[in-house]
Design a protein around this ligand. Structure first.
Ligand SMILES: [Zn+2]
Length: 236
């Protein structure tokens, strides 16, 4: 499927929906739901344990909640059913000082050993969310879910340039469901708004701005409030 965007990634933002062939390609990529309980064993990149190198108690706590055993939302199931299972995919969580505007970062690097390829996917959370911005737990959970989706796309081998388009088109409800499952008290609107965090460079967001600018502004405002704990559950 790597030739889906051979016409050039710069074409992507405004052709996803308007172009039938590209939309078909998009569907092929995304219609690959996490097979419950199978560990995603059909691909060569099957993931190993979730490795937690976080040090901030709030990050550790929120990751634990997002990755806890009984959750049924799709993103948590990705963690449990794919990344927690087998040997050839590792997701490792780190934290570091990143640029102020970046909440998290995900990088994948394949390692070949004895002819076996292991894909290490490293998720780094910006610890300024804790130290500088005093972000809410809901915001941190949304950031983790967002980065886990990036990791999932790397595991599937899809083109990183379309990650945010895929999220905006297909995963907002899933992310909102995940946030609500971890924080049952949050409103539907706020959970959805947090799911849009970091998805602004996407076709779906461009459409939202065009069709409902008031709603788009409210989403940005909600994200700001949760990022600074003006809304949501404080870390301490
Ligand atoms: Zn992202």
């Amino acid at each position: 499927m790597s030739d889906c965007y051979s016409s050039g990634p710069t074409d992507i933002p405004f052709q996803l929906i308007n172009s039938v062939p590209i939309q078909v390609c998009q569907t092929v990529w995304v219609d690959d739901p996490v097979p419950p309980g199978t560990g995603g064993g059909s691909t060569s990149n099957v993931i190993n344990d979730v490795i937690n190198n976080l040090t901030s108690p709030c990050f550790i706590n929120v990751l634990h909640n997002v990755n806890s055993g009984t959750l049924q939302n799709q993103v948590s199931k990705i963690l449990k059913d794919i990344f927690n299972q087998t040997d050839k995919l590792n997701v490792r969580f780190y934290e570091d000082k990143l640029d102020d505007k970046i909440d998290g970062d995900t990088n994948a690097s394949p390692v070949v050993s004895n002819g076996v390829t292991t894909l290490n996917i490293d998720i780094t959370l910006n610890n300024k969310l804790i130290t500088t911005f005093h972000s809410s737990q809901e915001y941190i959970a949304a950031t983790i879910l967002h980065e886990v989706l990036h990791a999932y796309f790397r595991a599937k081998g899809s083109n990183p340039l379309v990650d945010h388009n895929d999220m905006g088109l297909f995963y907002i409800d899933n992310m909102a469901g995940g946030i609500k499952e971890v924080f049952p008290g949050i409103s539907d609107d706020d959970a959805r708004a947090l799911s849009w965090g970091g998805v602004q460079e996407s076709y779906a967001w461009a459409q939202l701005i065009k069709n409902s600018p008031t709603n788009a502004n409210k989403i940005i405002d909600t994200n700001q409030k949760y990022r600074t704990s003006a809304s949501g559950t404080k870390c301490n």
